[in-house]
Design a binder for this molecule. Structure first.
Ligand code: PMP
Length: 366
């Protein structure tokens, strides 16, 4: 069939090849997965059962049920984020897609720090806009000169993601201030994807959206309480943008899943500290395991990813070698213009992580 040109904006062949190869491995040590290694907490599951029983199985209001919207609004007010309105979307991905649909015209340029979460580049291209990747290697820090050099009169949007997928790097207060100052001086909108905020290990989370005058912030419940299948996310930002996203939702997704919305208010309040402490121990385990074996790597301050340099400088070849040893990871080229690194997810048991470290030791740089 002759498909639309835009279909080709999305190319997942790289990662598919890795996963096809992984399918052939028996009993793998899987450190490639982008979701927590626990199920939704029982107290929240219970709310889901109750909601189904109570008949909350119908469409909700387009922008989400009022109680949840109010809870999200309150959350950003409490956290010092300037916003005029909020809406509930089908996952953080849904909030991201609606925002880009509402904001971008063909030809608009979007600044994306590289490495980046795969959807950003693909969706920007999908809309006929232009992703402008900003290289942040080797420390994965955003620098003003790099932002300035990438900016033209067509630059419309800057996308931030802290803690980051795939590097785990958390933006500092200084970086946030710099980015805010830059965006304001240049009249550029800012979208801050804060989906990993619950996983922040070294002191309190520095919330990028709190530094901007009129940020667009997206987040959701897929990572914190592992509700990936319930598709629950949201968007907070300027009134006209939220209104536009709501209208687009009306003609596309219609509303976020009703049962997920019923679970969400409690899920937002779930105490993540014990999980965060546990994940911090895993972060330390994998980070030390890599450094002790000679890998070059930035210490992740959040999320559950670490992004070391591949020995020999070819992440694709390195990941293939690791898969032969039963260790599954994701090549850095999936998230970047460069292919020098690879991504490990430490959302895995200590036992799996230790087994992974043993294999990494075998493949270590010499
Ligand atoms: N943003 C980032 C940075 C992510 O890593 C992910 C999930 N991998 C998402 C957004 C999408 O999450 P959701 O399930 O809420 O759509």
């Amino acid at each position: 069939m002759k498909l639309a040109q835009r279909r080709h904006a999305i190319d997942s062949s790289g990662i598919r090849k890795v996963f096809d190869l992984a399918q052939t491995i028996k009993d793998p040590i899987n450190l490639s997965i982008g979701l927590p290694d626990y199920d939704v907490p029982d107290s929240i599951k219970k709310l889901g059962f109750e909601a189904i029983e109570a008949g909350k199985n119908r469409y909700t209001q387009t922008g989400g049920n009022k109680a949840l919207r109010d809870a999200v609004r309150q959350f950003y007010t409490d956290n010092g984020v300037a916003h005029e309105d909020v809406m509930i979307a089908s996952g953080t991905s849904g909030a991201l897609f609606l925002t880009l649909l509402a904001l971008l015209d063909p030809g608009d340029e979007v600044l994306i720090p590289d490495p980046y979460f795969v959807m950003y580049e693909a969706l920007v291209k999908f809309l006929g806009a232009k992703p402008v990747l900003i290289d942040t290697y080797p420390d994965f820090r955003l620098k003003r000169e790099a932002l300035e050099a990438a900016t033209t009169e067509k630059t419309k949007l800057l996308i931030l993601n802290s803690p980051s997928n795939p590097t785990g790097v958390v933006m500092t207060e200084e970086e946030c201030r710099m980015a805010a100052d830059f965006a304001e001086a240049r009249g550029i909108e800012v979208l801050s994807d804060e989906i990993y905020e619950a996983f922040s290990y070294d002191g309190e989370f520095v919330r990028p959206s709190a530094y901007f005058k009129a940020p667009i912030v997206i987040s959701g419940l897929s990572k914190s309480v592992a509700m990936t299948g319930w598709r629950l996310g949201w968007l907070a930002g300027p009134k006209d943008l939220v209104k536009a996203c709501e209208e687009i939702q009306q003609y596309t997704f219609v509303c976020a899943p009703s049962v997920g919305q019923e679970m969400a208010i409690q899920a937002m309040k779930f105490d993540m500290r014990p999980i965060c402490e546990e994940y911090m121990r895993r972060r330390d385990l994998i980070y030390n395991g890599l450094v002790d074996n000679g890998y070059k790597v930035s210490k992740p301050g959040g999320a559950f990813y670490i992004f070391p340099e591949a020995p020999g400088g070819d992440g694709d070849a390195f990941v293939r070698k690791a898969i032969e040893e039963r260790l599954l990871m994701v090549p850095g080229s999936v998230f970047s213009k460069r292919k020098t690194n690879f991504r490990i997810s430490f959302a895995a048991s200590e036992e799996k992580l230790r087994a992974g470290i043993e294999i990494l030791k075998k493949l270590a740089p010499r």
